[in-house]
Design a protein around this ligand. Structure first.
Ligand SMILES: Cc1ncc(COP(=O)(O)O)c(C=O)c1O
Length: 369
């Protein structure tokens, strides 16, 4: 189905950047720079500068960033890792694959980890916490870090949805021992396919992730230091990401303007609640613009009929997917969120006219003049 307003528009995204993206790909291929070359190192340096950390290590996905960060922090069998129930499955799968036990807690109305729930979930086996900065909003990192410091927990940030978001002036990915990012094509900084990165100020974490992504081999000496994985960020992908990174600040400003426009047109309409939360310490990057309504399913259907594509993150709580084998942690806010949330079209390419089409359709649905 072709939508009048698609959720994201990868063709338009490419059209706008075509000369630079094509040149980066052609140059990289012409040089034969396919694996672990200068383009990857340049991108890693620029990415670390952007996030404000000493190191960034490119890997093949956000999932691998999480998995390798846990392994590099020494998290493993017998450990519990606290994270939220309202996240993408990859956060939890990374904990499981590291050999540890995930402990899921509830979120606040801004969709992010409830620091009090974190405090209550800690046992003598808890080793680490993964706050997930969802939808482009950083968690309450002052309170989370306070709990973590007091209880000697390792903090690994899932910043897959929060590149460029800030809290108290500090970028997502710069608060914990490690920050984990995804360059899945529809993220704020999206690559040619899968990709990810770990940010850190710790040289040992950076080195261990560097070894893990390349089968444990130190490329300088040829020595294999551990049993690793094949999980590089491809060099051509890095070259394209390096081009796009230059545009990221303006794309984030654009997303914030789109969010403002939705707010202007939709505040007070029906029973909608909108993702604008009081706390001036947050600088949100709006990876997703997520509204809530008790009429979610009907609204989605209505919008599809109007040519507006929307998404739902996520339709049911993770523990209801039987194949994941997770116990029901009983998280009422997470369950409500699954019934009520709807993500509206938001990207660097979304135009004010498209926002108006979406907002007008939503107003019609709720009978708002
Ligand atoms: C919150 C969150 N964590 C982790 C990931 C995993 O990233 P990737 O798809 O690059 O493996 C995603 C990606 O969708 C995500 O949204």
């Amino acid at each position: 189905m072709t939508y009048r307003v698609p959720f994201v528009d990868p063709r338009e995204h490419y059209r706008r950047l075509k000369p630079e993206v094509d040149a980066a790909i052609a140059d990289t291929l012409a040089r034969g720079d396919l694996v672990l070359r200068r383009q990857l190192q340049d991108f890693e340096r620029h990415f670390a500068d952007f996030v404000g950390t000493r190191y960034a290590v490119g890997v093949s996905s956000g999932y691998h960033a999480l998995h390798f960060s846990l392994l590099a922090s020494g998290v493993g069998a017998g450990d519990e890792v606290v994270t939220v129930g309202h996240t993408f499955a990859a956060t939890v799968s990374a904990i499981v694959h590291a050999g540890a036990t995930p402990v899921l807690v509830d979120v606040c109305p801004d969709y992010n980890m409830d620091p009090d729930a974190l405090g209550r979930a800690i046992t003598e086996r808890t080793r680490a916490v993964i706050p997930v900065h969802l939808n482009g909003r950083v968690c309450q990192m002052d309170r989370i870090r306070e709990v973590a410091t007091k209880r000697r927990l390792i903090v690994i940030e899932d910043a897959a949805q929060a590149l460029g978001a800030r809290f108290d002036g500090k970028m997502a990915g710069g608060f914990g021992l490690a920050g984990c990012f995804s360059f899945y094509p529809f993220k704020a900084l999206g690559g040619l396919g899968d990709g990810g990165a770990v940010t850190t100020n710790d040289p040992d974490v950076a080195r261990t992730v560097t070894l893990l992504r390349f089968n444990g081999e130190d490329r300088e000496t040829g020595e294999f230091h551990l049993h690793g994985y094949t999980a590089l960020l491809d060099n051509v992908n890095a070259a394209v990401l390096d081009v796009k990174l230059r545009y990221l600040p303006e794309w984030i400003e654009h997303r914030r303007r789109v969010a403002d426009l939705y707010h202007q047109r939709l505040a007070g309409v029906g029973d909608l609640s909108l993702p604008h939360f009081d706390d001036s310490r947050h600088f949100d990057s709006y990876q997703n613009y997520v509204a809530r309504t008790a009429h979610r399913d009907h609204l989605r259907e209505f919008l599809a009929g109007e040519g507006v594509e929307t998404l739902v993150h996520w339709r049911k709580p993770m523990w209801e997917h039987k194949g994941l084998g997770l116990p029901d942690p009983g998280l009422p806010e997470t369950e409500r969120i699954c019934r009520e949330v709807i993500s509206l079209p938001t990207s660097a390419e979304t135009t004010p006219q498209q926002v108006e089409i979406v907002a007008a359709a939503i107003r019609r649905f709720f009978g708002s003049p």
